[in-house]
Design a protein around this ligand. Structure first.
Ligand SMILES: [Zn+2]
Length: 371
């Protein structure tokens, strides 16, 4: 199984004959939020409402270790220093070391004063964790069943990660290989769908998947391949600067993600925020608790927000707490084209496989594990 970040149906189509050996293709319904929510759904088959992941940052819950609180002191430093990429990378490394975090730790451009109420829900390496929010991953189920499993070390840089994976697969031929590819997402964010680097990246990815397949099957072993994404990518056509509006929302806690403004607060303050945003004419829609529940988002304890404003596809907040403007972005409405994931396989795909959550049961079944 190969997980390619930002491998949506449109990107799959663009791979064209490069993935000719994977003739069975589908588009899968995605999840609300970002890779932080979609990848756990790929791995567990559970909806975000079950595994509890949606965005990189959540609201801290009393009683849980408060990792980020000390970082508010970064605010005493000049902004030009504490927002510098190298400085933040140092702090990220310290944070991961200090608390033994093996998950994805990235502080992006979050203003330091917000660290006193924010948390990082992903603390474990998702490829090694036995379960995510109580939902077991297919990787851990395969390990528990005594199968040999290889999972890419996601932290290793792309070329070295693939070199290592191909070497290991040739040597040990595991029952299940889970390979991870991040470069397409990075390129499409930077250049959009039609930049100069996407085609080369697709060549590289297709060649790597083909090599992995050769190594796994060169002893005549039976092989099943799935290449799946978590979402696609939309080209950005306009940006919205949220800063002039944030002052008027001071009664609320607000987190500005790339495509959503998440809010926590009393219902009358949320209602005021909604009407203020609607008066500003931002393109998008307000989602309250009921809307989020309907979208199968984690709403249980409101750690991702009591309500949020979700921008229309192709629009993003810049600057957001995640950074500046990008050429491509994802994280839109469930019906937006960029919210769907691509799936390609060398085996016929059952009609019941329609959503990202349908993939893990298919993988466990292919491995001969009962669901
Ligand atoms: Zn991305």
């Amino acid at each position: 199984m190969v997980f390619v970040d930002a491998f949506g149906p449109r990107q799959l189509e663009r791979f064209g004959s490069r993935l000719a050996y994977l003739g069975h293709r589908k588009q899968l319904e995605g999840v609300l939020g970002y890779t932080s929510g979609a990848l756990p759904t790929v791995l567990t088959g559970a909806e975000p409402a079950v595994h509890g992941r949606m965005c990189l940052f959540s609201e801290h819950r009393p009683g849980e270790a408060h990792l980020l609180a000390p970082l508010r002191w970064m605010g005493l430093l000049p902004r030009v220093l504490h927002e510098r990429r190298r400085f933040r990378a140092l702090v990220e490394r310290w944070l991961a070391f200090r608390h033994g975090l093996s998950g994805y730790v990235a502080l992006h451009k979050v203003p330091p004063e917000h660290f006193r109420w924010l948390d990082l829900p992903e603390r474990e390496d998702l490829f090694e964790a036995p379960a995510i929010g109580g939902a077991p991953t297919f990787l851990s189920r395969a390990r528990e069943a005594g199968l040999s499993v290889y999972a890419s070390p996601w932290r290793v840089a792309e070329p070295a990660r693939w070199r290592g994976a191909l070497e290991t697969l040739g040597r040990s031929r595991p029952d299940l290989a889970f390979l991870y590819c991040a470069e397409l997402d990075a390129i499409l964010h930077r250049e959009g769908n039609h930049g100069p680097s996407a085609e080369d990246a697709m060549d590289r990815i297709a060649a790597r998947v083909a090599s992995a397949r050769e190594r796994l099957a060169d002893d005549g072993s039976e092989l099943t391949t799935f290449v799946v994404g978590d979402h696609g990518m939309a080209d950005i056509r306009s940006t919205i600067d949220p800063r002039p509006t944030l002052g008027a929302l001071s009664a609320l806690r607000v987190f500005v993600d790339s495509t959503m403004l998440r809010c926590w607060g009393a219902s009358q303050d949320l209602a005021r925020a909604r009407s203020l945003i609607e008066r500003r004419g931002w393109p998008g829609k307000w989602l309250d608790r009921d809307d989020l529940r309907e979208a199968k988002a984690p709403t249980g304890d409101g750690r991702y927000g009591d309500a949020l404003f979700l921008l229309d596809e192709g629009v993003m907040f810049a600057p957001s707490f995640l950074g500046g403007a990008a050429a491509g972005m994802h994280g839109y409405d469930l019906r937006a084209a960029s919210c769907f994931a691509g799936l390609a396989s060398d085996r016929p795909l059952p009609a019941t496989c329609r959503a990202l959550s349908d993939l893990a049961p298919l993988v466990t079944k292919s491995l001969g594990l009962t669901n």
